[in-house]
Design a protein around this ligand. Structure first.
Ligand SMILES: C[S@@+](CC[C@H](N)C(=O)[O-])C[C@H]1O[C@@H](n2cnc3c(N)ncnc32)[C@H](O)[C@@H]1O
Length: 248
């Protein structure tokens, strides 16, 4: 049995995200209601995806915010997540235009989809919470065609652990998050306490991606500073981490 198939930690993460889905979705819908925020995110993806309508796999899609935005931009999108509650929210949304994404229950580490069948894999705020981001990235590479790209957005969320972040954040402590992402669980998540974005980039390189770049998303940072971050969070610089599958 691999570490990932031992479901104990993953079950706890799934239960947390399923229970959190309604609030999470509501916060995102509120935030995406701001035209400036939508525009900033549109730019994040458009600058990184290959030209033309793409077939995109959005991993750890959650309530489907990224998947729906990409569908509205004309891409054909499959979203996968391991928390049923999140998938329920994702399926209840409708993109303003374009073909609705398909949402599947699947593990980010091995979504069980056809090799070489996607032009891009997107993952926003997901790599940090994976138990095996190295295996996940190697799997995503297999799902991509030669020349396809992985585009992740993440931050250095918890370099000092979760409790100090929550105690310094505005609003009430997120008790379920603190008990789910205990020190023991954080220790199982290789990127949750990353101290530099280079740790993300190094995993992409190790998974065989080339032309790996990282870029701070300063426009989003300015918007987060102005509009405030989600309850229980601190202002963090988000980064886009991108890599390409070598041409065949
Ligand atoms: C912070 S949320 C991000 C959701 C979404 N990408 C977004 O930006 O709104 C992390 C998501 O990763 C999902 N997740 C965690 N571990 C996973 C796994 N092994 N396979 C698939 N999804 C997973 C959670 O269920 C949750 O929906």
């Amino acid at each position: 049995m691999t570490r990932h198939e031992d479901g104990t930690v993953q079950d706890a993460l799934d239960a947390y995200w399923s229970a959190r889905a309604v609030d999470y979705d509501a916060h995102q819908v509120r935030r995406e209601g701001e035209a400036r925020v939508r525009e900033a995110w549109r730019e994040v993806w458009e600058r990184a995806l290959p030209p033309g309508p793409c077939r995109v796999l959005d991993v750890g899609t959650g309530a489907g915010g990224v998947a729906h935005l990409l569908a509205e931009l004309g891409h054909e999108v499959v979203g996968v997540d391991h928390a049923e509650g999140m998938l329920e929210r994702a399926r209840s949304r409708r993109p303003a235009r374009g073909t609705p994404p398909t949402f599947l229950h699947a593990d980010a580490v091995d979504p069980g989809l056809a090799a070489g069948s996607f032009d891009a894999v997107t993952a926003r705020h997901v790599l940090w919470t994976l138990r095996e981001p190295d295996r996940a990235l190697a799997g995503w590479r297999r799902l991509l065609r030669p020349g396809g790209v992985v585009v992740a957005v993440d931050a250095l969320w918890y370099p000092e652990g979760l409790r100090p972040v929550h105690e310094a954040a505005s609003g009430p402590l997120d008790a379920p998050m603190l008990s789910t992402y205990s020190d023991r669980v954080l220790a199982e998540l290789p990127l949750a306490q990353a101290a530099g974005v280079a740790e993300y980039a190094a995993l992409l390189v190790r998974a065989g991606f080339v032309d790996v770049t990282t870029e701070p998303l300063t426009r989003l940072h300015d918007l987060d500073r102005e509009l405030g971050v989600a309850p229980g969070h601190r202002l963090r610089q988000q980064h886009r981490i991108r890599g390409t599958v070598p041409a065949a």
